[in-house]
Design a protein around this ligand. Sequence first.
Ligand code: ZN
Length: 153
Amino acid sequence: MKKIASFCVDHTKLKKGIYVSRVDGDVVTYDLRMCTPNAGSYLENAAQHTFEHLFATYARNSKYTDSVVYVGPMGCRTGFYFLVRDTMSHAEVIGLLKDVCAFIAGYEGEIPGNSEVECGNYLDHDLPGARKMGAAFGEVIQNWTPEMTAYEN
Ligand code: ZN
């Protein structure tokens, strides 16, 4: 079988940030890299699960709702993939992600979709952990620019 594109990225050189992973037609996949690969610290499962619920809820309730295709964590627990239609510019995606991080960093109250009916593992959540992820990634991307979304940087 052919090696898929995301395995061709040199993970030894990859730093935290926002990158364009691939483009399929009008769908752009962003690599939201929250941990340095293979550096010993990874996202905790319960925290990234809560982050996923809040991220999806915020993005799908934003003005960009029609452009949002999918958001979900990477199996390696070093980040998330965020898929949007190319109706959003890189700058708009970066802006939305800053808003997502600020929203999650300050979130209090019920975790949306957190019930046995709505979620596949509803007891495995960590809101304080998700808040820390939001604050940390918000700091990483605060000065991110569209030019920096190319993997070569
Ligand atoms: Zn869930």
